[in-house]
Each structure stands twice: as C-alpha cells, then as structure tokens.
Ligand binder design. Sequence first.
Ligand code: SAM
Length: 252
Amino acid sequence: MSLLLILILLAVAAFLIWWLIFETEGVYLGRRAVIALYDLYAHRYDRIKQFDETADLTLIAEPILERIAPQTDPLILDLATGTARLPLIMARHARFEGHVIGVDASRRMLDKAREKICSARFESFITLLQQDASELPFGDGCSDVVTCIEALEFMPCPKRALAEMIRVLRPGGLLLATIRIDTRWMPDRTWSEERMRLELEALGMRDIDVMIWQEDYSQVWAWKAGDSPVVGPAQLEVILQSARQVPITYVV
Ligand SMILES: C[S@@+](CC[C@H](N)C(=O)[O-])C[C@H]1O[C@@H](n2cnc3c(N)ncnc32)[C@H](O)[C@@H]1O
C-alpha cells in the first residue's frame, strides 16, 4: 500500500515538473524562471523551432508591408524578439527600408540574435535591446508597427504587456500579436479569440482580424484608432535616447 502511495506521489511530482518546466516554460514560476529557461535553451532554440524562412516571409513580412503600404520604411518594435526571427525576415524583404528594434529580456537569446544579424550583415536594419517587454522605456506612440510573435503568454502579465504594446504604437499604427490556439494548458495566460478581441477593443484598437496561422498559433492583426504622421527610421536615435534613461545592456 505504501509503495503504491509512493508511486502515485512520484507520478504527480513528475507531471508537475513536466508541466511547470516543459509544457508552460516556467510561466507559473515567475519572470526570472522564464528568462532563465530561455537563456539555457538559447543555443538550441533555432534547431528546435526549425523556422521556415520562406513561409515567414510570405506570412509575416509580406502581410506587414502590404498592410502599411505605401510606407516601406516603418519603425517596428518587435517585443520578445528571441533570436531575431522577425527582424531578420523584415531585413531580408526586398521592399523593406525601415528599422526594427528587437526587445527581449534574455541575454543569451539576444547574443544568438546578434550573431545572426552580424553574419547576415543586417546591422543597419536592426537594433537589439535587453529589456522587459512589459515595461518599455519608450515614449507613447513612438513606432509605426508593434509585433509580438509567440510570446504574449510568457509575459508576467499579458494584459499589462498588451497595454504597453499599444501605448508605444502611434495612432493609426499596426499591431501584430499571436495567441495560442489550445488554451487548456496555460490557464489565465493564453487567451481565446473572443478574449483577445475584448482586450484589444478595450484598449482602443479597431479592425481586429484573427487568422489561424500555424498549428499552435493564430495571428492577431489590429490598428490603433486615430491617425498620426509616420515615424520611420529617422526617429531611431530619438527613441534610443529615451531608452538610455533606463539601463540598457547593449545596443547592436
Ligand atoms: C517562444 S520565444 C519567441 C521568440 C520570437 N518572437 C520568435 O517568434 O521566435 C519567447 C521569447 O519571449 C522572451 N520573453 C519572455 N518573457 C519576456 C519578457 N517579460 N520581456 C521580454 N522578453 C520576454 C523570451 O526570452 C523568448 O525569447
């Protein structure tokens, strides 16, 4: 009987460890745990994910540029940029003449990102900042486009992170975020399409469009209500000056 009890306890403990570390990537253990896990796996991240660059160009870079046309030189803030997936596909797109600021809290993910950016010689298109994406050091409305791919659910508070994304987007600017399709395993962190629409509407977003994108994620596109002049890469220096008021670990 006591052996059976021990086996049951071991099985429960194994399940808890699997759920807390692997299935939910540390989100219920706090921000430091999430970042420590990404630091630990940074060198294997791209191998695990096996991104299809052609698909990303067609399904991420091209639709961003189509939506903001005729502007080809947006200032993009990519929050939780990881190993620079989005900055690199934007820089590779033939029509892109703008600049991407990639923000991530994991130093090792950013080190990988920097390696890839330097070997592709795309330094002039991309700046990296080590920073918590839910407390951005930028002024209101400082970007034309804000993106956050496969990452909202990892923020300490997705609701606050979404509000912060919209704060730094200019009126009339474009948001691209993602939500997980299966919301069962990360309660309170992953949002249904309906919840995402409600949150965005409450934050003043319009023309919300949710599209199934890949097996695990949907893309969520939305525009910030209002209108304002485009920001463009010329504003980069000004934005980075405001960023330097808080500790920035490095800028490529
Ligand atoms: C699944 S990866 C996605 C990376 C990239 N967007 C992509 O599509 O490959 C999640 C990223 O979120 C970052 N992250 C998690 N919490 C964060 C936070 N509070 N602030 C900034 N980055 C965070 C992690 O370091 C990791 O690089």
